[in-house]
Structures are given as structure tokens and as C-alpha cells.
Design a protein around this ligand. Sequence first.
Ligand code: 8YV
Length: 324
Amino acid sequence: MTDSKLRVLLTRRWPQTVEDAMAQVFELRVNPDNKPMTQAELAQGLAWADVLCPTVTDVLSAELLSAPSVRTRLLANFGVGFNHIDMAAAKTAGIAVTNTPGVLTDATAEIAMTLLLNTARRAGEGERLVRAGQWEGWHPIHMLSTQVTGKTLGIVGMGRIGLAFARQAHYGFGMRVLYSARTPRSDETLQGLPARYCSLSELLAASDFVSLHCPASPETHHLINAQSLALMKPTAHLINTARGDVVNEADLADALQHGVIAGAGLDVYEAEPMVTPSLLDLPNVVLLPHMGSGTTQTRVAMGECAMANIRAFSNGQALLNQVV
Ligand code: 8YV
């Protein structure tokens, strides 16, 4: 198989420079509408393409991946999370899957920090007040908020992004770091960061800020629910830049309404782009539209990473970031 013959389908538009580079070496098709493809369109895409490049908005079910018409042998995912792909079905169908780890770590950690500062310091609320022309001027007890420096941050899932965020928080804001994960990390992995491993329940009870960085999986589905939220301090804030499924959104809205916790900052949701309506009315939650990796630099790097995987596949070499 040569590069020029490989059929590659992008389910959404990518940064132009990467699309141009791909078009030079592959037979490239791009979903021109830049809207999520329907299941029927994805089935057609899988029947045409040697390599399909999905994003988080494409649900690739067992039904789609096991159809006899499927020609695709590689799913080069644009993103690190792959919970939208039925991995067992891909494996059974002999379809390899790659992702784009590493290149989006710093950008996503930055959005976690944006949310933490924003929810703690009520920046969204303040901005809305000024824009609405309702600011009546400075006074000593106006819009008092929660100071971040020196507080305790609990990281749930100490992977690349969790660690990058913990480092920002510790070295930038003097925060004490606790973390929960399946296994403790070595000092080498933590790059010398003084972070203490503990159980999830201890982390929830002791943290002023709890930030989620675990993948979506059956084990982490609704890990944060009414019971776990009740373990948190009433002054604590929850940050989610991982996946919406990790949080029971209805339980979170309820907890925010009733003062079970003080605030939240969310970049991801259970049924994107739908957001639980009651959250929209709450002042103590900051809502972002899944933009963790959304810097120009990072989106280009994600495209280049996916392309490097496709080139390796095309040349019969070991895939660089194979997850199945
Ligand atoms: C991506 C993300 O933009 O990489 C991920 O897992 O959540 C985002 O940063 C998105 O998944 C694109 O597919």
C-alpha cells in the first residue's frame, strides 16, 4: 500500500495546515458540513475509507464496526479520549485504534486551571455583572470569593493531564496536592511533585478543589454522584475537564442548588452539547463548551499526531499511539 492510494476520511474539519498536508499524501475526504456525521454517513465512510479519523462527536458502535461493508482498518482518533469508540468491537473486527496523547496535556491543564480560578474567584459572575451594566462600584464586601493560594487540590486520575494540572497548582499557587488513582505513582513519574496518594473518599473529604482527570469507563461512570458529593466540604469546588459521564449531572445540579458543595467548573457534559437545564440557571457553576484542547497550537499538533500514526500504518510500521 502506498501513501498516495490510502483513503483517509476526516469526519470533521481539521486545522487547514494539517488538512493540506494530509491531502498531499493521501486520498483525503473531509466531511464538508463540519457537523457530526449521522450513523448512516459513518457507515458509508467506514465502507469507503482505509483510515477514518473520528472525534469525540462520532459514536462508533459495535453495530457500525462489525458491518460486512467495513473497509476501514485504522481509526486514527483526533483526541486522547476514546470512549465514543466500542473498543471491543474494533478489536474483534481487526481495526486498530490510535489516539493523540501528550500534545494536548498542557492546553487541557490550562482549561482546568481556568475553571478552578474562575469558579473560586467568581470571575464569570463578575464579568456578567459588568456587561449587564449592574456594577454599582467597589465596596468592602462586594462579591467575596474563595482564595485559591495554599488550598488543597484533589486530583482524581493522575495521568498526564492530572499531573500537569497538579504541577501548575502546586508550583503556581502553593497548593497541597492529594491524588487518587488505581495505583500510586512513583516519584519519578510525579517528577518530584510532593503529592499524596489516598482513597477517593479521603480525597473528597479533605480537598478544597476536586478535579477529575480519569478516563470515562464503566468503573468511572457517575463516580461523582449524590453520595460522593455529600463527602465533599460545603466550601469545596468540583472541576471536570475529563468526560461528562464521570459526573451525574442531575446530582451535581442538585448539590450546587442546595449548598452541598460551593461551586463547579465544567468543560464536559453527559450528553454534549446538551447541558442539564437547571445548571444554566445557577450562578455558582462555570460552564465551558468542551474547549480543553482548543488552542490553535494544540489542535494542529493533534492533527499532526494523527497523521504520523496514519503514515506509520501506511508504511507498515508500528503505530505510534495504538490503544487497540
Ligand atoms: C478533544 C478531548 O478536543 O482529546 C480529548 O479526549 O476531550 C478533547 O480535548 C476531543 O476529544 C476531540 O475529539
